[in-house]
Design a protein around this ligand. Structure first.
Ligand SMILES: Nc1ncnc2c1ncn2[C@@H]1O[C@H](COP(=O)(O)OP(=O)(O)O)[C@@H](O)[C@H]1O
Ligand SMILES: [Mg+2]
Length: 253
């Protein structure tokens, strides 16, 4: 059963034969990736697996279910979602359940701080995610907010940034800025990704939360991440601090 389709392939729901553990099977399209890209993603997932912010990496398995268009090997990961319904813990759907109460606002600021903590944790490992967006973050309910799990390391890099092969000119500029609105402008215009460009993308994901919460200081924080001037963007670590301050000031009102 397919549970998700991304830019590079399909993700299916399955169970391990040995213990019936629910797993996500990530099958990559041959025309979008190659074996090197698959191994690179598997390698980074293995490293990320030692944090609490990524699904447990299980391994690679031979895969033929979807036919010739897909690579012969698939990445097997812990399934992050409702196992009975085979439904991933989707960011946007979770956000739709939010009510305008102090409790929900505090839960979402806490969840946002955890998302920043996850990014800060990857950055402290010298890992850049390079593709942060709501589709790539699952939110596991904890009873008091949600625990973020980053699932997509297909563009992640270690130690250095990457450039995206994109030819931006005056004619396609507006279209590209809209279509890849989660990618920092300096990267769209040919620069390398960096911790600051991850923070821009993080800001884009958090702007979905800001739209729902409608709390001015939260929105202001998100807007800081979206600055076109990289030096004006906070670090993921500084964002955690600001969110803690925000929570305190909300509780004192
Ligand atoms: N470990 C997982 N558990 C549950 N759902 C997942 C998991 N990994 C991926 N998915 C689902 O599959 C979708 C596509 O996965 P992703 O890794 O982002 O693929 P792509 O690299 O093609 O964008 C996700 O948005 C999510 O809904
Ligand atoms: Mg994805």
């Amino acid at each position: 059963m397919t549970v998700g389709a991304g830019e590079f392939g399909d993700v299916l729901f399955g169970r391990l034969c040995c213990n019936s553990q629910a797993v996500a099977i990530k099958a990559l399209r041959k025309d979008k990736t190659d074996m090197f890209a698959l191994l690179q993603e598997a390698f980074i997932l293995q490293l990320a697996s030692c944090t609490e912010f990524s699904p447990r990496y299980i391994g690679l398995a031979p895969f033929w279910l979807l036919g010739d268009e897909f690579q012969e090997w698939a990445i097997i990961l812990e399934f992050v979602g409702d196992r009975k319904k085979a439904r991933p813990y989707d960011f946007r759907q979770t956000l739709r359940l939010t009510q305008h109460s102090l409790r929900d606002s505090l839960d979402w600021i806490y969840t946002s701080a955890k998302i920043c903590q996850a990014v800060s944790c990857f950055h402290s490992m010298r890992m850049l995610l390079n593709d942060i967006k709501a589709d790539n973050i699952l939110l596991r309910p904890t009873g008091h907010g949600y625990h973020p799990v980053f699932i997509d390391f297909g563009l992640a890099s270690i130690g250095e940034g990457i450039t995206l092969a994109m030819d931006v000119n005056d004619r396609n500029k507006a279209k590209i800025l809209k279509e890849y609105s989660h990618i920092a402008p300096e990267v769209l215009f040919g620069g390398e990704t960096s911790a600051a460009s991850d923070v821009f993308s993080l800001g884009k994901a958090l702007s979905l939360v800001a739209e729902v919460l409608r709390l001015q200081p939260f929105t202001a924080l998100v807007n800081q991440c979206l600055s076109w001037n990289t030096s004006e963007r906070p670090t993921a670590y500084q964002l955690i601090d600001s969110m803690q301050w925000l929570t305190r000031s909300l509780c004192q009102q």
